[in-house]
Design a protein around this ligand. Structure first.
Ligand code: AMP
Ligand code: GLY
Length: 443
């Protein structure tokens, strides 16, 4: 959809910023945004127990689906810029609604969010724009899936088409497992998100995350990052939302990044424009570096979590102005992202049982933290009546540290983790192993 508005509420102001979402990602965005001296207040809907520990931040308890109440509140608070963190409100068209009310919004409309909420649509989009990605087959029934699975000789991965909180991808080891995965999706494991199944050629290589801030016409790139999706050390165990990350990643040299820009990023932005999609937000390119070059594994219409927590401390105070420029369609594309010359590493502390069933409500004890270039962004926490911090999610805390090199950054992060405790705390011990020179893993 094209966005006509040139006259926004609070046109050139940045005093009051609203962030929608309740995770570590949104807290790290708030932390980076409040650095700008023009910003007087950062509101979070709903935020979590860590949000109000951040300078200038205040939580607001309101249901974003109650549109009348929401607009009344935003008008009352004189909100100048709205940043939408998670994919679900974007897929539900919240950005479109707020833009119609003349708010400056960072986050794509429903049409752009489709890059994430329909994997089959995203694959067809890439095919049309000639963007490198794994081969795919879109299937509408188990019979169709059976035919394809047993007629192909290449290994496949199986994906639910729609949003599934990061759980809709299966990496089977045999054709029978493939079929079982497709069957469970068609049988309703992910509700309507599984009405269509995407079968994909299984490809191999390290994964990296690249983020482009877009204003509908132009874009600028953030520092690159690498996530750690598997639950256990040595990249074993089930996929999770992300157990840790580091940024920037030396896996992408300037040369390889230039190729990615030419073959993936610019064709994506051009294809969006061709389809009349005025994309004002971040495009997250989940890439796999294969033997024949980078291929897109997935698009997301939001910042990655925990990549965002990892990258935000590298930003200077001008970051929020870039988000604002995107929301107004005013990027020049020549802006420099001013980043610290340090590197950043993040380790996530989770509840026992995550990414499957887990219990919450355990008190979190935090001892003596080295706060120099270290942040703790709450991912899933709450407060009880006595003001005690409790676990309230699968991913509980993001421990982020910056330093001259990754060895030093992760040494600090793990030292701080020793000072944190709650019943069932779990974290990987090898985050950043790819870039830590002093890291050795036995077995
Ligand atoms: P997605 O939610 O699409 O990012 O998929 C989750 C994870 O599954 C990715 O980070 C990859 O590790 C893996 N994956 C997804 N698609 C493929 C593929 N075509 N080949 C190999 N691994 C894949
Ligand atoms: N870190 C992966 C994601 O946000 O989807």
């Amino acid at each position: 959809m094209s966005i006509n508005s040139t006259s926004f509420k609070g046109n050139s102001k940045l005093e009051n910023v609203l962030i929608i979402g309740n995770g570590g990602r949104e807290n790290s965005l708030a932390w980076a945004i409040q650095k700008n001296e023009l910003v007087k207040k950062v509101y979070l809907i709903p935020g979590n127990a860590g949000s109000e520990r951040i300078n200038k931040c205040e939580r607001i308890s309101i249901d974003i689906n109650n549109k009348n109440e929401l607009i009344k509140k935003l008008d009352l608070l004189k909100i100048n810029l709205i940043v939408i963190g998670p994919e679900v409100p974007l897929a539900n068209g919240l950005a479109d609604f707020l833009r119609k009310k003349d708010y400056k919004v960072f986050g794509p409309g429903k049409d752009g969010a489709r890059l994430e909420y329909s994997k089959s649509w995203a694959k067809e989009f890439m095919r049309d724009a000639n963007i490198p990605t794994a081969k795919f087959w879109k299937v509408n029934s188990l019979e169709e899936a059976t035919k394809i699975i047993y007629s192909l000789s290449i290994p496949l991965v199986v994906k639910a088409d729609g949003l599934a909180s990061g759980k809709g991808v299966f990496i089977p080891n045999s054709k029978d497992e493939c079929l079982k995965a497709a069957e469970s999706i068609f049988n309703g494991k992910f509700g309507n998100s599984g009405n269509v199944v995407v079968l994909e050629e299984k490809i191999q290589g390290p994964e990296v995350s690249v983020f482009a801030l877009c204003d509908g016409e132009k874009y600028i790139l953030l520092p690159t990052a690498q996530d750690h999706k598997r639950l256990n050390d040595k990249d074993r165990g089930p996929n999770t939302g992300g157990m840790g990350a580091y940024s920037p990643t030396p896996l992408l040299t300037q040369d390889s990044l230039d190729t990615i820009v030419k073959e993936i990023i610019e064709p994506t932005i051009n294809e969006l424009k061709k389809r009349n999609i005025d994309y004002r937000g971040v495009i997250y390119f989940g890439l796999m570096i294969t033997d024949v070059g980078a291929k897109v594994i997935e698009y997301n219409c939001r910042f990655g979590d925990p990549e965002c927590q990892t990258m935000m401390p590298l930003m200077d105070q001008s970051f929020v102005s870039l988000l604002e420029k995107c929301s107004m369609g005013k990027l020049t594309g020549k802006e420099k992202i001013n980043t610290s010359d340090k590197v950043s590493g993040c380790v996530i502390a989770t509840s026992k049982g995550y990414p499957n069933e887990y219990n919450t409500g355990f008190p979190i004890k935090i001892g003596k933290i080295d706060t120099t270039d270290c942040q703790i962004f709450d991912s899933g926490t709450s407060l009880n009546e006595d003001g005690e911090l409790l676990t309230d999610g699968g991913r509980v805390l993001s421990i982020v540290c910056q330093d001259k090199d990754f060895d030093m950054a992760f040494e600090k992060a793990y030292k701080n983790l020793k000072e944190i405790n709650f019943d069932g705390i779990y974290f990987r011990n090898d985050i950043g192993h790819q870039v830590r020179e002093n890291f050795s893993q036995e077995n």
